[in-house]
Design a protein around this ligand. Structure first.
Ligand code: SME
Length: 163
């Protein structure tokens, strides 16, 4: 049975390296997308401080549909031209938003959210969805988070195609 240990490192890059190791262990040997997305969201949500939502939206061929997550109930469907998640999906670029209320078209699923990072999930050139993390703290996410979250997202994608 996998047990998540509290992160020890004092630095963000160090914490993300530890979290990446835990994610690899947690997802190892399983390829089911829902199972791995559920455990991955729970791992991230519980390991990192200052979050109020962490989870997935999967692309159904026309829009984003909510997947496994931790946090309050969320908007079910998001069009690709809407919100931070839509921006990440349509540009295929990670979105780091310091103040969600200043982001045009931001969708407030939880009014407490103040900052957000959304990483696109692209596999084999195809959009699979996005991994979205919200915080009630303004400017909670920086370039270290971008690098760390992108690496974590790559570990999730890798788990789906591992033998
Ligand atoms: N704020 C997001 C919507 C999803 S939730 O916050 C969980 C957005 O603007 O895309």
């Amino acid at each position: 049975m996998f047990t998540a240990a509290a992160l020890q490192s004092d630095s963000k890059p160090g914490q993300y390296a530890e979290l990446a190791e835990q994610a690899r262990g947690l997802l190892h040997g399983e390829r089911d997308r829902i199972a791995n997305a559920a455990n991955f969201a729970a791992l991230v949500y519980n390991a990192l401080p200052g979050l109020n939502w962490a989870g997935f939206y999967f692309f159904d061929g026309s829009e984003l549909v909510v997947g496994p997550f931790q946090g309050k109930p969320a908007c079910v469907r998001i069009a690709l031209d809407k919100g931070v998640c839509g921006a990440a999906a349509s540009t295929r670029q990670t979105q780091v938003v310091a103040d969600v209320y200043a982001f045009p078209g931001h969708i407030a699923c939880d009014a407490a959210s103040r900052s957000e990072i959304v990483v696109p999930l692209v596999a084999g050139g195809k959009l699979l969805g996005v991994f979205d993390v919200d915080s009630p703290t303004p400017a909670r996410f920086d370039e270290d988070d971008r690098a760390g979250m992108e690496n974590l997202a790559a570990i999730f994608l890798q788990s789906l195609r591992a033998e």
